[in-house]
Design a protein around this ligand. Structure first.
Ligand code: BMA
Length: 855
């Protein structure tokens, strides 16, 4: 017999249904299932399909989404639960088209992965032998019918319909289901079905608190003006006592409840609140709030929630150049440093808390303060936001719409509205959420107000159909979503589409690479084949996307490819590259910037360095332009399977070179050497901290064998939260008549006697440098605080790459080393519960670029 796990909250009984079986509906045998999960993962666990991520297996698994599937759980109901007056079944997430039956009674129909569903089961449950059955209809078959009814195909550039065996039919737009399930330019097509979040029974009598939210009307350092919103479901009308508590504050109010759902609000003030700050600016203080309902003095219902008190705004002000776009947290303009986040797995239920923690800790280790939850994935699990709250990572939250146009029929709009309200309400207590954004790239792609603009989408339709499609866009992104934010998370900024110049309702709305207002996705480097140097010339007010691809490291490639596949143009390597000409682009750029790699593993290494050098150029150009530019989020943080992509960390959480580069370029106080103009070296200092400082810049010029040729010293006084150019040197005067291929310029930032940053600059492309094979020495040093490693060299070692057999990261990697320098690094292992912990790197190996170059 299936077991029922059992916990209870205040006067509420809860039982999670955890033991399940599944089958294809056409009468196949029942097999054990894991819930939460999906059909694909269950088939894999039962050894009925091969590893979806290996080789080209993806293509053989496309039959799964054309079938209907059933899940079934049998369960008993504990007496305490059965005795409650009200018994409901709650589905936190069903993916996607589901008919639910309990003891053969039809309970509900679900059609949106992003919503939760519940039903009253009091009339149907019995003490023993209940059977819950969920019939999942094929999302493909279901939406083929909708497409037929619609009469025309919608644009959806990343829907891999051909791979799915449905020709050019873009079905993804009809389903309120994670868009990336249908394929993306970094992701495979696995259109899943299943129970992707918990299913539980809950029983209560008298009353229950459905929601407790703390709306933050006005928060300053001296006072937080809050409204506690309490949703109470009551069995019968009558007077009750509502009590809200946090730290020293307790408010008690008598409320008159009616039968059914009641919304009660209570204003409260917290004096001298301990504010919540993003990483680098202060502590991540959180408050716990408790709401309780009492009847005649006895407790009938209660709920607890946690939030951080802060004021958060997006400042859009006209200025001489255009219009600003920046986050203001507790009155402080915050330069947003971060990346775009996609779901961590094609099968989201495989993501563990440890994997989430690893991602967020990597974000923190990389000196970031923001992630954008991009609109082609999922509204993340609560755990993700809790980690962001805990570590001080701001969240740019997209609604789940990307790179497509959508239907506008009544049923679709109603469904979207319910989804939007539910998710805004679910997430509104997270202080990390900085803004809501309607969609990814649709305003630009359709370009409604510029007849010739956009990605050539609207030009495929007649005028009446164009109008119909745009009307649907306006209904969703200019009415339903902003209203959901306004009504349920008032005061938080809503931005209809990323990127956009302004919400004007005319042609000024659409952005371009030269826009001086709003945010920009700059893709001329990579998709447009422009050189890295272009990053220096295209800096907008907020750079919410730009990126460059690389391959994952060898160990990761080996997880999906055999020995015979280790070539750029092998079938498998091309299959694990979802951006058509991606492999070719990497090769092209590599030929421009880097020496030729000697073999396939060397090619992988070079691809890491290439990507890192490119994105470093962008990040530092953006930061140097502070406060004109106030945000830089590169594309993309993570992967959903092992693949060549724009990510800085691969599917297994292994840091690519880019992650280490980002860590250095995102330092809260950093040096940046701008060599855009080859005749000059400009040295900037950028500070994101809130105090002024004085220090000095030490500069030196050396040959690769370590001979010091010249030295300079310059002192500076830097204002808090600013970027300034302090030094300009004429290249010719610096290098005189020396061979530019054999010298390196180094700048170090000294503050209160401590070197807090060092950057290197070369006078020619890395490709031309005269690199010799260094004699790199690494030493393991034991101290009372554990082990660390020191590295030294006898000639310039370029992009020193240290590896360990154990999973983990080094505190620095892919760095340059000059003779005379001693570099100290530590190894952080990936521990299950605490995340990164200082450890010992087993099987440590050291390489540098010259090991990978073709002789
Ligand atoms: C942006 C993103 C994604 C895409 C990426 C790389 O447009 O919004 O849609 O994966 O570029 O092409």
């Amino acid at each position: 017999m299936i077991k029922v796990s059992h916990h209870s909250t205040v006067n509420e009984e809860k039982a999670v249904l955890s033991d399940w079986k599944f089958r294809q509906t056409e009468g196949e045998e029942w097999l054990p299932a894991k819930v939460p999960g999906c059909v694909h993962t269950d088939l894999l666990k039962n050894n009925l399909i091969s590893d979806p991520f290996y080789g080209e297996n993806e293509l053989d698994l496309q039959w799964i989404d054309k079938k209907d599937w059933e899940y079934e759980a049998s369960f008993d109901v504990p007496a305490e639960l059965l005795n409650k007056n009200q018994i409901e079944i709650v589905f936190d997430g069903l993916d996607t088209y589901a008919e639910v039956f309990l003891n053969d009674e039809h309970l509900l129909s679900a059609d949106n992965m992003f919503r939760s569903w519940k039903a009253n089961v009091k009339p149907f449950v019995k003490e023993k032998g209940n059977v819950l059955r969920i019939h999942f209809k094929s999302p493909i078959q279901t939406d083929l019918e909708k497409l037929e009814k619609q009469g025309y195909n919608f644009p959806a550039v990343n829907d891999h319909s051909e791979d799915g065996g449905v020709g050019d039919k873009n079905l993804s737009v009809f389903a309120r289901k994670a868009p990336y399930h249908y394929g993306w330019d970094w992701g495979p097509r696995f259109v899943t079905s299943g129970i992707w979040k918990d299913v539980h029974l809950r029983g209560w009598s008298e009353a229950r608190i459905e929601d407790l939210s703390i709306l933050q009307k006005n928060v300053t350092a001296s006072e937080a003006n809050l409204t506690a919103l309490v949703e109470i479901e009551a069995e019968e009308e009558g007077e009750r006592e509502l009590r809200i508590q946090t730290e020293e504050i307790e408010l008690i109010q008598t409320v008159q409840l009616k039968r059914g759902m009641n919304e009660v609000s209570l204003d409260m003030k917290v004096q001298d609140p301990k504010l919540w700050w993003s990483r680098g600016l202060g502590d991540q203080n959180m408050y716990e709030f408790i709401a309780e309902i009492r009847k005649d003095g006895s407790l009938v219902a209660g709920k607890t929630t946690r939030t951080g008190l802060r004021s958060i705004k997006v400042i859009r002000e006209k200025d001489d150049e255009g219009k600003t776009f920046y986050i203001e947290l507790n009155g402080v303009p915050v330069f947003a440093k971060g990346a775009n986040h996609i779901p961590n797995d094609s099968f989201v239920t495989e993501v563990t808390l440890e994997r989430y923690r690893h991602e967020i800790q990597s974000v923190v280790e990389s000196n970031m303060n923001m992630l954008r939850i991009w609109g082609g994935g999922i509204y993340e699990y609560d755990a993700f936001y809790e980690l962001c709250n805990e570590y001080g990572i701001l969240v740019w939250q997209d609604f789940m719409f990307a790179c497509s146009m959508y239907p506008g029929d009544e049923a679709f709009l109603k469904n979207v509205k319910a989804e939007a309200i539910e998710n805004v309400k679910r997430l509104r207590n997270h202080p990390s959420i900085a803004l809501w954004c309607g969609n990814n790239e649709i305003d630009t792609a359709w370009s409604a107000y510029d007849e010739d603009g956009g990605w050539g989408w609207k030009q495929q339709y007649s005028k009446p159909i164009q109008d119909e499609i745009w009307q649907a866009y306006e209904d969703v992104f200019h009415t339903i979503l902003p209203e959901a934010v306004e009504n349920h998370m008032p005061g938080v900024y809503y931005w209809p589409s990323s990127p956009m110049s302004d919400w004007t309702g005319d042609s000024r709305q659409h952005t371009s690479n030269t826009s001086t207002s709003g945010d920009i996705h700059y893709w001329d480097v990579w998709h447009g084949l422009k050189p890295f140097e272009e990053y220096n010339h295209h800096v907008g007010r907020f750079m919410s996307e730009y990126g460059f691809q690389s391959f994952p490291e060898l160990k990761t490639v080996e997880s999906y490819a055999g020995e015979g596949d280790m070539a750029l143009d092998s079938k498998v390597m091309l299959h694990h590259q979802k951006n058509g000409r991606g492999n070719y682009l990497i090769k092209e750029y590599m030929e421009t910037y880097l020496p030729e790699p000697k073999d396939f593993p060397s090619f992988l290494y070079m691809s890491h360095v290439l990507q890192a050098e490119g994105i470093k150029t962008a990040i530092e150009a953006h930061r140097r332009k502070k406060p004109y530019c106030m945000g830089t989020l590169y594309w993309q943080m993570n992967d959903c399977w092992p693949v060549a992509s724009w990510s800085s960390m691969d599917y297994y959480g292994r840091w690519k070179a880019l992650q280490y580069y980002v860590k250095r370029s995102f330092r809260d106080i950093t040096l940046s050497i701008d060599g855009t103009n080859r005749t000059k070296i400009d040295i900037h200092i950028i500070s994101d901290i809130l105090s002024d400082m004085n220090g000095s810049i030490r500069m030196s010029l050396s040959t690769f064998d370590g001979t010091l040729l010249r030295e300079w010293n310059e002192s500076f006084a830097l204002k808090s939260n600013s970027a300034t150019k302090f030094v300009t040197l004429e290249t010719e005067e610096v290098i005189e008549n020396r061979d530019p291929n054999n010298i390196v310029f180094k700048a170090e930032l000294e503050l209160e006697g401590e070197i807090i940053d060092a950057k290197y600059h070369y006078f020619t492309s890395v490709k031309n440098l005269s690199l010799c094979k260094p004699n790199l020495k690494i030493e393991e040093v034991s101290t009372s605080s554990g082990k660390h490693y020191t590295l030294e060299t006898n000639t310039l070692a370029k992009q020193v790459y240290v590896t360990s057999d154990l999973e983990g990261i080094f505190t620095d990697n892919y760095f340059d080393l000059i003779p005379g320098e001693q570099k100290r690094i530590e190894f952080l292992t990936r521990s299950k519960d605490q995340g990164f912990t200082k450890g010992i790197a087993e099987g440590i190996k050291v390489h540098s670029m010259s090991d990978f170059i073709k002789e």
